[in-house]
Design a protein around this ligand. Structure first.
Ligand code: NI
Length: 208
């Protein structure tokens, strides 16, 4: 009596597994590498979903939209006039950068959009923005309009209570400048925590 065991090649799984593992590693490296590359390289429009249409009010209480700035670069910043430190420091640097941009300054419109529309009326944002430099425009709007604009720019902000009174609050908010192109599309984030010189250099590289 003899038993027959099924002959035929046993599937050798070792090699394919190794190949799949290597392919996986390669893909991971490529994805991470590409992500890092896209994030770091300002000339590539890696984050096209930042920015978008907004409908707000200017310092004279007149309606203003993103389309009013077509043909010029927008340097967009969200903050609020009662901000104790970050906003004034940033706007001081922006005004300084505009001074140092030379001929390119006329191509750039800095916009200060309040995240505190309750206190920052058109007159308040106008006076505040112009105190830093004549080129900075302060914008406000209804709470819904501000919320919509902030959403487009992926800006975080939240009321932070400091006491029982109606004005006893500060605003937490993200602090990033956004450089938008003459067609309104996002070009690059500009760090808000740099000097006017550094900011001017960063903007000059991106404005043609
Ligand atoms: Ni601030």
């Amino acid at each position: 009596m003899s038993t027959t065991t099924p002959k035929g090649p046993k599937p050798d799984n070792a090699m394919p597994r190794l190949v799949y593992a290597l392919i996986g590693v390669l893909l991971a490296v490529l994805l991470v590498g590409t992500g890092g590359f896209l994030w770091l390289d300002n000339n590539h429009r890696a984050m096209p979903t930042i920015g978008g249409p907004f409908a707000l009010e200017n310092g004279d209480g007149k309606p203003v939209t993103d389309k009013d700035f077509r043909g010029r670069y927008m340097l967009v910043y969200f903050g609020y006039t009662f901000c104790p430190d970050v906003c004034p420091t940033t706007l001081t640097a922006v005004a300084d950068a505009m001074d140092k941009l030379g001929a390119k300054a006329s191509k750039v419109q800095p916009l200060f959009i309040t995240v505190d529309p309750k206190r920052d009326t058109p007159a308040v944002v106008k006076q505040y923005a112009s105190a830093f430099g004549t080129t900075i425009q302060g914008l406000t709007g209804t709470p819904d309009e501000i919320a919509q604009a902030a959403k487009e720019y992926r800006v975080y902000y939240a009321e932070h209570r400091t006491g029982p009174g109606p004005d006893d609050y500060s605003m937490d908010h993200s602090s990033i400048l956004y450089l938008m192109g003459p067609d309104g599309s996002f070009i690059a984030p500009i760090r808000a925590d740099q000097s006017g010189d550094e900011m001017a250099a960063a903007i000059a590289r991106l404005v043609s």
